[in-house]
Write a protein that binds this ligand. Sequence first.
Ligand SMILES: [Zn+2]
Ligand SMILES: [Zn+2]
Length: 497
Amino acid sequence: MASLLSLHSRDFPGAPAPQAHFQSHATPCTAGATCIHPATNNLGTYGTRSVRYAVEYHLQGPYRPRNPKASDFYACVEDNFEELEQVYDDRYQRQHGFWRPVIHDVLCKFLDCGDLRQGFARVRCPSCRLEFLLAFSCKGRYFCPSCHQKRMVAFAERVRSELLEHVPHSQYVVTIPKTLRVYFKHHRKLLGLLSRSFYETLKEFFQQALQDRDALPGVIISIQTYGRDPVVFHPHLHCLATDGATSRDGCFHPLPWVDTEQMMRLFRHKLLRRLLAEGIITQAVVDLLLSWRHPGFSVFRGEPVEPDDAAASERLLSYCLHPPFALSRLHYDSDSATVCYHVGKTGADPKEGSAPLTVCSALDWLAAVVTHIPDKGQQLLRYYGHYSNVRQALTKRTGAHSPLQTAEQSPEQEEEFRRQCRCSWARLIRKIYETDPLTCTRCGTIMRIISIIDQPPVVKKILLHLNLWDAPKRSPPSNNPPRDFVYDAHFFRGLAE
Ligand SMILES: [Zn+2]
Ligand SMILES: [Zn+2]
């Protein structure tokens, strides 16, 4: 199981250190009794509700669910959310923009994410009747570490298996000068201009190189507002594009080499022209930016990924949607209300001029981090050209390749796409942790979700019975003795099922 643990800590910063205070029975319970293992992790959708997953890792067989409330990040939000909301206008509005209602919603939901008191699903083994509870997840984008991670995995898997054509792809990272960043912070709709400008750059570049004005590359762009240090608002693009373009007859024309310097110039031209037309910047700003010897704009292209390398494709796609911060880099001291965030990998990174450690007050840190929460309905993932949502929808409807179209996704198409992206939580867990959360640990039978319980009186009754209602706000230290939960089957009789 060492591989699970190393995967856990290295690649999934949303997960805290193993906790040992929940443990299942090692041997079958006595007749008429059933184990309940409180589950507090995330993943998946059941009906209209999102359900958290029960397992992140298991050391020696039994499930050992983690407690999301045990993280420093949770403590930081819980301790400082109220004060942040109160002082925000006076202290942070000037720097970070208005307090957007979406921030309040996302933080509130995050504090309830994985909290059994907000309701849960009952999962039962039909054979030996072992049970556990799955709490609901908040689905918070770009904020809740576990929900964002689930989204990242689902996105990478769905796009790799259903969308990517069997052709080479390359990753592009596109940045803009510091001078321009602030405009995107205060005018979030402009983020769409950023991705649109780069897509058109790619498209024109390929069309010109192939001498075909109808040829279209397949492009997926993730708009990110954060870099290595989450307190810095750093709008930039992560992009996965076909190494070539598809002509109208459906034939793919590879183009394995691009001049990123020329690409940068074309992108700069398009973006500045658009910002000027929108009245965001003046001609003086344009002239100034064009006069710089080091333009501040950059287009980086990574090594191509071959079509058969599914793992590399998914890695790149995951990177496109990586979360704003890593829990493993965050330390919160509740006594001094201070956050330390390790920015560098190991020690300082003088090349980038960044300190290895950001230390600031928790309020300052949170005020900066919430700037990465997108507005409600704002899509930071965009599909263009051969991969545009219009084309995806047409292909799906007709069951065949249809004429290529270039269009940004409509809300309906985006919703359809996201619906398809929702993979079953059990399959995703299998994928991440190499274990099947729905396989009964006692007898190996596939377990089933037997009911969703979200009526507050019923939730309370069950949790009181299991002695889980008055659980401390945050989990006890991990050296607490293991707790088992046993209840008799009669208890649930008569409750919603
Ligand atoms: Zn069983
Ligand atoms: Zn969540």
